[in-house]
Unconditional design. Structure first.
Length: 480
């Protein structure tokens, strides 16, 4: 019993895609978003460091000017009274520093010999030996601070010497200003980055619309439709379309080969198989031994013809298949002729027939598939043995940039009206009826297909030595 066919709904459902292909990766949009986000984050980090460095430098310069102004105001307020320096601290100096309310301020005024006139006793001093204005960093009360030292020289009758003024301020306001500058810079970057990312996504969606239309068109195609895709796509995608068209063209050729093989098999095998069955039935019912032996001889001859036909049909399918799949290599046609001659298959095809080999010393090289050329040459040789006249010669030669793999028999060849049809499938053989059996024409069709596949032709000529048929191909360039 045969199993019931699946319902149409189940058949159609089995053809539906089950999800994303196993080899599918993330979409271009996701890749773009990830790439741009990573770029923006990296750029943001670099810009943050740069902005913070710039902000810290700008804040230092700004507050250093305040320190310089305060120190100069204090130094300008020093006067000499009764032979001693007197300091009248100006309020304006501390008003400038008070612009940073969270910072602590320290000052020190010392006279000759380092005697402290007023202010903190233990302020850090600069390591520089410069005697004029000096800015330096140190710690004050456990906090980082910025200091300035200003000197003022006096040369009067009552007092001669140098008075030093040191003013310091902690760095809280400077740091806050640097961070503020950084935040402002990063805020602008974030807004610009988000806008850039949004525009990029819109542009990618717009650019990918042709791909979506292309995918939709392919999905809506009939499974048997392998015609080239005609779609307006960007140049970058056109490469994919052309590759897909090439792939579908190869599939179309393969399907055509299979359909042709199935059709040819059904067409060619129906009659001989029916004849064999009829003859076998006759042999089973025949009582006369002589008549039965005659039927058995016909059965054997029919079996041989059927076997030869099957060999040719399979050889033709193999040659057509290898035309698209086999890699072209440098082949010496002399090796093809020599291998066929030494294999000795012709002895089984035509026992006692004389076979000759003619090859020279020079290489006869072509770019082709060795197996396909061998199949084509075997069919030419078999055709000559079945329908030609012995002796039969196989050879290879090169002349005027063309390489020839040829087979010659000693007969006159086919009639002119039949020669024009040689190479077509199921064309009667060269001899027609009355010679050593009719031919389906597949042997010459195989040879012609191989010749055309590798840019050549199948040529025939009759001359004094006999009838010659040759596969003519472009000769390969010589090795340098």
């Amino acid at each position: 019993m045969t199993e019931p066919a699946a319902p149409p709904s189940q058949v159609s459902a089995s053809r539906e895609p089950t999800g994303r292909a196993p080899g599918a990766t993330r979409s271009l949009t996701a890749r773009l978003v990830t790439g741009l986000s990573s770029l923006l984050i990296l750029g943001g980090l670099i810009l943050a460091f740069a902005a913070f460095a710039y902000g810290r430098t700008a804040a230092r310069d700004a507050f250093d000017r305040l320190l310089v102004g305060a120190a100069n105001d204090i130094a300008a307020s020093i006067s000499i009274r009764d032979g001693a320096p007197v300091v009248d601290l100006p309020v304006s100096a501390f008003e400038l520093l008070a612009l940073a309310p969270d910072d602590r301020i320290a000052y020190q005024i010392s006279g000759p010999g380092g005697a402290v006139l007023t202010g903190y006793q233990d302020l850090p001093r600069p390591t520089s030996s410069a005697r004029d204005l000096v800015l330096y960093d140190a710690r004050f009360k456990g906090e980082p601070a910025r200091f300035i030292r200003v000197t003022r020289r006096f040369a009067e009758r009552q007092f001669s010497g140098t008075v030093e003024v040191i003013v310091g301020q902690t760095l809280r306001a400077r740091t806050q200003l640097a961070f503020s500058i950084t935040r402002n810079a990063l805020g602008g970057l974030a807004v610009g980055g988000i806008a850039m990312l949004a525009f990029a996504i819109l542009i990618v969606h717009s650019a990918l619309r042709p791909l979506e239309r292309l995918a939709k068109g392919i999905a809506e195609r009939d499974p048997q439709d392998l015609t080239p895709i005609r779609a307006a796509v960007p140049g970058e995608v056109d490469v994919l379309v052309q590759a897909t068209n090439g792939f579908m063209a190869r599939l179309d050729r393969q399907f055509a080969t299979m359909k042709s093989l199935i059709s040819d098999t059904a067409h060619q095998l129906r009659t001989p198989v029916a004849a064999l069955r009829a003859q076998s039935d006759l042999a089973a019912e025949e009582d006369d031994p002589a008549r039965r032996e005659e039927i058995v001889v016909k059965l054997h001859a029919g079996t041989v013809r059927l076997s030869r036909l099957l060999d040719q049909m399979l050889s033709r399918a193999l040659v057509i298949h290898r035309a698209d799949s086999a890699r072209r290599e440098r082949v010496d046609l002399r090796d093809i002729a020599l291998d066929i001659f030494e294999e000795g298959d012709h002895a089984a095809l035509s026992p006692g027939a004389e076979i000759r080999l003619e090859i020279g010393d020079e290489e006869v090289a072509v770019l082709a598939d060795a197996l396909s050329l061998s199949e084509a040459a075997k069919n030419l040789l078999g055709n000559a043995l079945r329908h030609g006249k012995a002796p039969v010669t196989i050879g290879a030669e090169q002349e005027n940039g063309q390489a020839r793999l040829w087979v010659r028999d000693s007969g006159p060849g086919p009639a002119p009206e039949l020669r024009a049809r040689l190479g077509e499938r199921f064309t009667p053989g060269r001899s027609g009826a009355g010679r050593r059996g009719a031919s389906s024409g597949l042997g010459l069709a195989i040879a012609q297909s191989v010749a055309e596949t590798y840019g050549g032709t199948l040529e025939m000529e009759s001359d004094a030595p006999g009838f010659t048929i040759a596969i003519v191909l472009p000769a390969a360039e010589e090795h340098r």
